[in-house]
Design a protein around this ligand. Structure first.
Ligand code: IMP
Length: 199
């Protein structure tokens, strides 16, 4: 059987490229589920090491970070609890309105605790700057950030994640929790929408 797979090279940075593979019309895979799993395992090992046996509160930013939090939590070898917050999002398209609003607050106080904010993408930095400021008012013992993806070229606020899965250029991605107008969150790979996307 002859099988043709359509691929193209995507530059992630000056020195790193990746092969994006078309999986169906309008969708190409940027990071496969295996690449994600391998990187999440590495991040989990690093976080475990940094915690030195202490307990952790993992705070997921809904909705996009849910799959990442679920996988990262199982890669972290410490006693961890979960909490979730929700902020105003991109709405129905690819652009942020700029203003961040808290839609759902923490369920439990975080004073004196080791807190890890788990986010799908660090983009302009508006969301995580807002959350960091808010959480610091509660005086956690430590406050760290894990972002699966980082788009440094898009930053408007001075903020970095302590743990980054993959650094990418200014690309709009979907899958593994990330959406376009609430769709595609359940794709198991991180994908790009191509111009021939049927919509
Ligand atoms: P920031 O406040 O600009 O850093 O944006 C953070 C949020 O924007 C992320 O948690 C995502 O929900 C959303 N976002 C940013 N870039 C993308 C993307 O490429 N695809 C889907 N959502 C994105």
């Amino acid at each position: 059987m002859i099988c043709t797979v359509s691929c193209r090279v995507v530059a992630l940075s000056r020195d790193t490229v990746c092969m994006a593979t078309v999986i169906r019309q309008g969708l190409e895979v940027l990071f496969t589920r295996q690449q994600i799993a391998d990187r999440v395992a590495e991040m989990g090992a690093q976080i475990t090491h940094d915690l030195n046996g202490e307990k952790l509160v993992m705070v997921g930013v809904l909705k996009g970070a849910a799959p990442f939090l679920a996988d990262l939590a199982r890669a972290v070898q410490v006693d961890a609890t979960f909490d979730f917050v929700a902020t105003s999002s991109y709405g129905k398209g690819q652009r942020s309105s700029g203003a961040v609003k808290l839609i759902k607050d923490l369920d439990e106080p975080i004073e004196g605790k080791n807190v890890l904010v788990v986010e799908d993408i660090l983009d302009t930095g508006l969301t995580l700057s807002y959350l960091r400021k808010l959480f610091l008012q509660q005086h956690p013992k430590t406050l760290r950030i894990a972002a699966l993806l980082d788009k440094p070229s898009r930053r408007l606020e001075k903020i970095e994640a302590d743990y980054v899965g993959f650094s990418i250029p200014n690309l709009f991605v979907i899958g593994y929790g990330m959406d376009y107008a609430e769709r595609y969150r359940n794709l198991p790979d991180i994908c790009l929408m191509t111009p021939d996307h049927p919509e």
